[in-house]
Design a protein around this ligand. Structure first.
Ligand code: FPP
Length: 241
C-alpha cells in the first residue's frame, strides 16, 4: 500500500518535465541552445518559489537517456550548459540552503561534469531547505534495470532472500531511494506524455500538462498548479472515507 506522504494540503514533492525550450527558441528564430539557456534561467525562479508554497522536494528532468539521439552539437551544448550551471549556481544554492542531488546513470557522462555533480552534492549535503534533484542521463526504465541488477547481485551474494522481495524492496535500489514519491508531476509545452520519467515513483502522482513552454514558465503559474493540487482528492485506489 503506498504511503500518503502529504503532511498538508499541498504537494510535498513536485517533479517537472521541462519541455519546450527548442520551440521557444525556434519561434524567436534562434538556435535550440538559446532556448536551453533561457530554460536554465527559469530553474532558479522555480527553486526559489518552493519554500513559500510548501514544496520540500523538487525534481527536474534535465537530460533523458533518449536525449543522446539529438545532434552532437545540441548534446555537447547541453553538457556544457550543465557544467556552467553547476559552477555558476553552486554558491547561491548553498546560500539558499538547497540540498542538491543528481539521479541518472553517470557512466556515460564526462568526468568533469561528474566531478562537478559530486562536489555540488557534497557541498550542499548539510542543507536543510528545499531538496532539488536534477535528473541527468536519466530514464525510468534504465533506472529500474540498474536497480534490478543491483538487487540480483545482492541475491547472488546471499545478502537478500528472494522470498522477501516485495514492492518495498525495489525502491531501496532506485536512484531516488532517499526521496519520497512525487505527489505532482508537471509537464510544460503541451505534450501529454511522461517520457520515461520517474515511472515507478509516479504510480500515484497527479499530473498537470500545461501549454506554456518551459522558458516562459514562471513562479506564478507554478504556484497556481501547486495550489490546484490541494483541491484534488487522492484515494490511492481506495474509496473516500
Ligand atoms: C526539453 O525541451 C528540454 C531539454 C531536453 C533540456 C532541459 C534543460 C533545461 C531546462 C536547461 C538546463 C537545466 C539545468 C538544470 C541547468 P526540448 O528541447 O525538447 O524542446 P522542444 O520540444 O520544443 O524541442
Amino acid at each position: 500500500m503506498p504511503k500518503p506522504i502529504r503532511d498538508g494540503a499541498g504537494p510535498r514533492h513536485v517533479a517537472i518535465i521541462m519541455d519546450g525550450n527548442g520551440r521557444w527558441a525556434q519561434r524567436r528564430g534562434r538556435p535550440r541552445l538559446f532556448g536551453h539557456h533561457a530554460g536554465a534561467k527559469r530553474v532558479r525562479e522555480i527553486v526559489e518559489a518552493c519554500p513559500d508554497i510548501g514544496v520540500k522536494y523538487l525534481t527536474i528532468f534535465a537530460f533523458s537517456t533518449e536525449n543522446w539521439r539529438r545532434t552532437q552539437s545540441e548534446v555537447a551544448g547541453l553538457m556544457s550548459l550543465f557544467r556552467r550551471y553547476i559552477t555558476k549556481e553552486a554558491r547561491a544554492l548553498r546560500e539558499e540552503n538547497v540540498r542538491v542531488r543528481f539521479i541518472g546513470d553517470r557512466v556515460r557522462l564526462d568526468d568533469k561534469l561528474v566531478t562537478l555533480m559530486d562536489e555540488l552534492e557534497l557541498m550542499t549535503a548539510d542543507c536543510t531547505g528545499v531538496n532539488l534533484t536534477i535528473a541527468i542521463n536519466y530514464g525510468g526504465r534504465d533506472e529500474v534495470a540498474r536497480a534490478t541488477k543491483r538487487l540480483a547481485e545482492d541475491v547472488a551474494a546471499g545478502k537478500l532472500d528472494p522470498a522477501s522481495v516485495n514492492e518495498e524492496t525495489l525502491p531501496k535500489y532506485l536512484d531516488t531511494c532517499v526521496l519520497p514519491d512525487p505527489d505532482l508531476v508537471i509537464r510544460t509545452s503541451g505534450e501529454a506524455r511522461i517520457s520515461n520519467f520517474l515511472l515507478w515513483q509516479s504510480a500515484y502522482a497527479e499530473y498537470e500538462f500545461v501549454d506554456t513552454l518551459w522558458p516562459d514558465f514562471g513562479a506564478g503559474e507554478f504556484g497556481k498548479l501547486v495550489g490546484a493540487y490541494g483541491t484534488r482528492d487522492r484515494r490511492y485506489g481506495g474509496v473516500k472515507a
